[in-house]
Design a protein around this ligand. Structure first.
Ligand SMILES: [Zn+2]
Length: 200
């Protein structure tokens, strides 16, 4: 599934759940739903988030950067701070480095929980409570969308590497797949535009 489709599903999910979840920061909540909906594809060097995070968009750069960041966080944490949340951040970064696209950490329940835990800790520390719910919502939406495609997702990683997908899954690169994703994007734009006045 393309980054654009994930982005539009993220926005639509936020629009639908915005009056059902706690929290009062509309734009920040929208931003965290969008980040959650894009985050799992951080394991792909050419994904939208990596456009802003990596100096070069190739696999070697992805592995080196996330491995270096992960080891640096763990080193600094054990030297100065000794906090659980930084250890989790360091381990997550190393697992992102070691997971080829859609075969590991970020496309699993384990990855969703670890990263949501990090967001929860930071949103609490900076007094923006409840942003983790929006991040989680976007994240779950991403995993469900990827389960609609034939490649599926390794939901139970690292326990099992089986790929989970829905019975009617389509190939994203096929003509049918591109048509379905264009319909999703168009429907998202229409729904979000209609729902926009209710946000403020
Ligand atoms: Zn994905």
């Amino acid at each position: 599934m393309t980054g654009k489709t994930h982005l539009s599903v993220g926005v639509t999910t936020f629009m639908y759940f915005s009056d059902k979840l706690p929290g009062k920061y509309v734009l920040l909540s929208l931003l965290f739903t969008i980040i959650g909906s894009m985050f799992p594809d951080i394991d792909h060097p050419k994904s939208i988030l990596n456009k802003y995070l990596l100096p070069f968009r190739n696999n070697t750069t992805k592995v080196v950067v996330y491995l270096f960041v992960g080891i640096l966080i763990i080193y600094l944490d054990t030297t100065y701070k000794g906090s659980m949340i930084f250890k989790i951040m360091g381990i997550s970064s190393i697992l992102i480095a070691l997971s080829p696209h859609r075969t590991g950490f970020t496309h699993s329940v384990f990855g969703a929980l670890m990263t949501t835990f990090i967001v929860a800790a930071f949103s609490k520390a900076y007094d923006f409570k409840n942003l983790q719910y929006y991040f989680m919502l976007g994240y779950i939406g991403h995993l469900i969308c990827d389960m609609c495609t034939r490649k599926g997702v390794p939901l139970l990683y690292p326990i099992k590497n089986n790929k989970f997908k829905f019975p009617m899954a389509y190939s994203s690169s096929s003509k049918r797949g591109k048509f379905i994703e264009n319909i999703i994007i168009l429907s998202s734009i229409i729904y979000s535009t209609l729902k926009l006045p209710t946000l403020f």
